[in-house]
Design a protein around this ligand. Sequence first.
Ligand SMILES: CCCCCCCCCCCC/C=C/CC(=O)SCCNC(=O)CCNC(=O)[C@H](O)C(C)(C)COP(=O)(O)OP(=O)(O)OC[C@H]1O[C@@H](n2cnc3c(N)ncnc32)[C@H](O)[C@@H]1OP(=O)(O)O
Length: 278
Amino acid sequence: MYHLKKFNVTSGKYRKLFSSVAKVIDVSTDDKTNITRVYLQRPPVNSLNSHLLTEISYIMDDLEKTKCKGLVLTSNIVNIFSAGLDLTEFYKTDIQKLSNFWTTLQNTWLKLYTATFPTVALINGHSPAAGCLLALSCDYRIMLSPHYTIGFNEAKIGIPAPFWFIEVMQSIIGSRKTELSVLTGQMYKTDEALAIGLIDETAINLTEAESKVNSFFKNIIAFPGKSRSLMKKDCRDHIVQKFLLKKDEERELVIEFIMNPKTQKNIELYFKALQNKV
Ligand SMILES: CCCCCCCCCCCC/C=C/CC(=O)SCCNC(=O)CCNC(=O)[C@H](O)C(C)(C)COP(=O)(O)OP(=O)(O)OC[C@H]1O[C@@H](n2cnc3c(N)ncnc32)[C@H](O)[C@@H]1OP(=O)(O)O
């Protein structure tokens, strides 16, 4: 059974929360503000496997319980925010493992998307596919410029982005831009992402990004009561309700689609292309 332990690591400002043995995330909370930073750190590319998703899920539970005032989701891996789902979870797998993986993904995403506290993605590296979803599921996005990319590239792998990925993107950039984006598997550079509204701000380095993160929280932290979280719920509820209605059916469709030999071949080819790139 997993339990989060908290203890002070320094005399002052930050306390660290340690997760399970292999630390695929690092978590630290500012004692003064009760804002928590979660750093993804699963080498080489922060791909989201069952283990990493489960860790994120536990942290989300813990942050809800401890009345967290804000979450900053970011990465400890140079140049990578997250490479999206770990494709090894899809390749040469079995139905039970795939079903468990998909359920973990669904449940973890729901916790992030419906977090009652404000969430910011500090996107300090490439962020394709489910990496992009992680960022889009936060309340605010600040991305380092100029050379990182973000977007739903699933079309290029030969697997469709799930409906809720698409609906989250639609809620942020609108239907037409989303359609163009997902059907072409478009990956956007930081400035392009800003221009279409996929991210909220850019920063030229981490110092500037952190300062923008702090301004975001400063602006909202003094709001009294629960009005913010209630309105966030209202803004997102149509997606959440549809997701809850369809999540079991979707899992079955995903299993059927991924286990299909043609899909397996596409994933294999994609892996080879990734490994052979110059
Ligand atoms: C009626 C029918 C209805 C059907 C409905 C069904 C619906 C089905 C839905 C199915 C689900 C679809 C959802 C998918 C969401 C996803 O997230 S899929 C994952 C997509 N991710 C990517 O495509 C990212 C690919 N990676 C990259 O582009 C690059 O690696 C990078 C830009 C992130 C980093 O580049 P670089 O720093 O140059 O590192 P690399 O050398 O490329 O990679 C290092 C190492 O990591 C491996 N790797 C990279 N990404 C992944 C990954 N996502 N999963 C697993 N492994 C990954 C890469 O192969 C390298 O490995 P080696 O060192 O060569 O062994």
